[in-house]
Design a protein around this ligand. Sequence first.
Ligand SMILES: Nc1ncnc2c1ncn2[C@@H]1O[C@H](COP(=O)(O)OP(=O)(O)O)[C@@H](O)[C@H]1O
Ligand SMILES: [Mg+2]
Length: 348
Amino acid sequence: MPEVRLENIAKSYGSTQAVGDLNFTVGDGELVVLLGPTGAGKTTTLRLVAGIEKLDAGSIHIGGQDMSTAPPAARNVAFVFQQYSLYPNLNVYDNMAFPLRSPVLRWNESDIRARVEQIAGLLKITDKLQNRATHLSGGEMQRVAIGRALVRDPAIFLMDEPLSSLDAKLRTDLRLELKRIQEDLGATILYVTHDQTEAMTMANRIGVIEAGRLVQLGNPREIYQTPNTIYVATRLGHPAINLLPIAAVSDGQLAHGGAPGGTKTLGVRTEHIVIKKVKGRRKSHGVVERVNRLGDQNHLHVTLGEATEIITLVPPDTELNVGDRVAVRITDPIWFDPSGNRIASRGC
Ligand SMILES: Nc1ncnc2c1ncn2[C@@H]1O[C@H](COP(=O)(O)OP(=O)(O)O)[C@@H](O)[C@H]1O
Ligand SMILES: [Mg+2]
């Protein structure tokens, strides 16, 4: 079973702790996404698993074997780097065949051809196999770089933001394709990114990391709906979750009668809010400040009281306009205590 287990791994560079006490397992055939901002320790984690960096502490098991001190070649991992690194003098076919021709693997040429053609087909680059690696668009180059990893059958693929240098349209296409290919091949992948959409759409489980530590690990729905902390809550959701101080809302606005004891902050997403225009002298909670029209949807900015703004999604045909007074009702938001930890809801 090529399961990959990271146990209490840590790595510092001088006084900078890049990875501190990281613990998790990537199951056979599973795609785990580590999600975190720049500097969170994502690349370092992958380099530790690959054996390009030495562990300060902890252990790494691949397929049940302790690989903590094994050299990279012995670990049977395939790495896809953030910046595609192709051999410029070789054509696409030879770039993809390269790992299979290594002295360690030594495939015969007819097996190599069958495998390269299979993977090129999955990645839709069959017609580019004879192109020089430099005679490709950025998106095609990255497909080749991914293909060069996929031709192998490693215990685990390590992917370091492989789509981040592509434009938005290519990124959308390729992340869906990559997910489909992963399912087709039953590949085990540890994928790191700062892109929440990649994490939500590709991951079986998401690990949110902050400053080299795992703050939550769970399936995308759990991470989205029941974030452990405000930090995790702000990683997912577009527009970002609204964080409202408890003092900015009145009990009357809250469904099910008020916040649980100890609440300091409400995490409020679009699906937790109902906004209605109020007419005449009826009581309102806020005023529409701005309507950002994005085509298929609008972002509505509403000021609550003096200083609190919420941003929420509304349909493109919304009747709300700047200056409208509105009632804002909040149902089942996420409650956070003064330390920023989620308070379990009262189950009503
Ligand atoms: N070779 C290195 N030497 C010194 N500091 C490093 C080195 N590699 C990474 N770091 C530091 O470790 C931290 C984590 O880096 P990294 O793993 O590259 O984060 P990410 O990939 O999430 O952006 C950062 O503070 C970074 O500056
Ligand atoms: Mg990185």
